[in-house]
Design a protein around this ligand. Structure first.
Ligand SMILES: Cc1cc2nc3c(=O)[nH]c(=O)nc-3n(C[C@H](O)[C@H](O)[C@H](O)COP(=O)(O)OP(=O)(O)OC[C@H]3O[C@@H](n4cnc5c(N)ncnc54)[C@H](O)[C@@H]3O)c2cc1C
Ligand SMILES: O=P(O)(O)OC[C@H](O)CO
Ligand code: FES
Length: 476
């Protein structure tokens, strides 16, 4: 019997797994997908919010501000990108300056440090490409940008190094209460466990309803984006919001940690929890809204568009805690934005919650806080590059010309303890396919390497999720 089973290997599940691996426990982290971070964690704005958006005294406000303080150290510890570039909420009229003042006051109430209201001159100094219609802004220097899926992979690797078991391709279908603990039925297995943590993203309400009366409903709220080429990355220096709209913080313009420009999202409530399609009309809305921030956004350099689904709860706040009358079953649900920013603090809180419920957790004296470092070939000096190529010639072969990724880095990403097994899994780990040609050149080589390293046929390598085959059969 496992001590703890965590359902959902997104940023929240991987943080909880890593936090619990600090104790001597049998922990299972399971997911229905064929990779970690294949839900909302793979498609979002990647902002570590400062914490002025959420209403004071909510879980969102508390964990956002706490998580923001923790994020940079954790990213450094696990060797994933993070940049504290600050954020601006821009007003385009004197009426909107009233909203700016409200956000400022809310930020003060939430204990967000160093907030400042900027006048037009100060704003233009920070952001020379801002629209001439801007009149002022709220500046939050503690906001940052990050690599959400890179962090989830790193957390999962670190958790597995510390003894956590990862089980992919297992969808939870049913859960029975046992005399002590729970029996989880997946499409492949039966799993007995003392405690369950439900962090199943858009499906967290359905997992909850397997053991208790319905208490909340999760609506999938889709957001669509444009990703622009690296040459557009310097259009803005910080994360630039407009004033919030009814169900969203609105369309944002920001650089990514890899130097691209990201523009989006819109917000559209759907019924279908799998609908991550992009649509012309919504992307047009994103484009028009973003032009309000800056007319200088070079939309002729768009390299791709994508969509993600917020797990939006009807309770409006994060739902985190043991279900009443259902001992040892913890919901971590409704983790919409700022869930990413809040995730380190949520992980810590949930581990403490279980520790208090059980009362006998013992620390793991062998816990290691770092993971095996990866080689980022292009960041090395010429001497270091030559040294590595001498040891392993695969680092001398460039597979992705747009992003300068070597075969050695791809092979390493496949053979890590939470290795990639799909084309997009490799793309999200080490970036072949993220460049201007979007894999047009490197994708067939990545498939060949995956097939060779995993001992599979070319046709058995999926693009991303289950049933996303690229090649079906050989023609010649
Ligand atoms: C458009 C958009 C923009 C956002 N921008 C930001 C931002 O800039 N900053 C920020 O802080 N937050 C942002 N967020 C929110 C943030 O992305 C989420 O809060 C966070 O990714 C949620 O992580 P999670 O682990 O809870 O969910 P997920 O990543 O969705 O993980 C849940 C996992 O559960 C698995 N699962 C579901 N059902 C089952 C089942 N039956 N059996 C087994 N496994 C199951 C799924 O496969 C999935 O991997 C944004 C969200 C969206 C959609
Ligand atoms: O649109 P929201 O409010 O869900 O926020 C999403 C991101 O955090 C910012 O783009
Ligand atoms: S060669 Fe890899 S993205 Fe272009």
């Amino acid at each position: 019997m496992y001590d703890v089973t965590i359902i959902g290997a997104g940023i929240v599940g991987t943080f909880i797994a890593r936090e619990l691996s600090k104790y001597q426990l049998n922990i299972l982290l399971l997911d229905k997908e064929n990779d970690v971070a294949n839900g909302t964690t793979k498609a979002n704005s990647a902002i570590c919010h400062a914490g002025y958006d959420a209403e004071p005294n909510t879980l969102k406000a508390r964990f956002n501000v706490e998580g923001n303080k923790m994020m940079e150290d954790i990213c450094r510890e696990l060797d994933v990108p993070f940049k504290r570039i600050g954020s601006l909420v821009v007003a385009f009229s004197q009426e909107e300056m009233v909203t700016i003042e409200e956000l400022y006051q809310r930020g003060i109430a939430n204990n967000v440090p160093n907030l400042k209201i900027l006048n037009k001159k100060e704003l233009v100094e920070k952001e020379p490409n801002i629209s001439p219609n801007a009149v002022g802004a709220l500046y939050a220097p503690t906001a940052g940008i990050m690599g959400p899926f890179e962090l989830a992979f790193a957390l999962a690797e670190n958790a597995v190094d510390n003894g956590v078991e990862l089980l992919l391709n297992n969808e939870v279908k049913k859960i029975d209460k046992l005399e002590e603990g729970y029996r989880i039925y997946t499409n492949n297995k039966e799993i007995d466990t003392k405690y369950v943590v439900n962090c199943a993203g858009v499906y967290a309400d359905e997992i909850h309803n397997m053991v208790a009366e319905p208490q909340f409903k999760i609506v999938p709220r889709r957001g669509q984006y444009f990703l622009l080429d690296r040459i557009a990355g310097s259009t803005v220096n910080s994360v630039i919001f407009q004033c919030p709209v009814k169900n969203s913080k609105g369309v944002v313009v920001l650089p990514t940690v890899h130097g691209n420009l990201l523009v989006g999202p819109d917000a559209q409530d759907l019924d279908d929890k799998e609908d991550r399609d992009t649509t012309d009309d919504r992307l047009e809305y994103v484009r028009k809204s973003a032009y309000k921030t800056s007319e200088k956004i070079p939309f002729n350099t768009v390299i791709t568009s994508f969509a993600g689904l917020r797990a939006s709860p009807d309770t409006k706040d994060f739902i985190i805690g043991e279900i009443k009358g259902t001992k040892g079953f913890i919901d971590v649900a409704g983790i919409e934005s700022p869930g990413l920013s809040a995730s380190p603090a949520i992980g810590k809180y949930v581990a403490q919650l279980l520790k208090n419920i059980d009362g006998s957790f013992k620390e793991n004296p062998e816990f290691k806080s770092t993971r095996k470092r990866a080689i980022h070939f292009m960041e090395l000096s010429n001497e270091e590059k030559n040294e590595i190529i001498k040891k392993d010639p695969r680092y001398g072969r460039i597979i992705c010309r747009c992003e300068n990724i070597t075969e050695g880095e791809i092979v390493d990403a496949i053979h890590r303890n939470v290795g990639g097994t799909t084309v997009d899994g490799i793309k999200r780990r080490v970036r072949p396919g993220m460049g201007r040609c979007q894999g047009g050149f490197c994708q067939p080589r990545v498939i060949e390497i995956l097939a060779r390293e995993l001992g599979k046929d070319f046709t058995e390598i999926p693009k991303d999720g289950l049933n996303s085959n690229i090649a079906i059969r050989e023609t010649k």
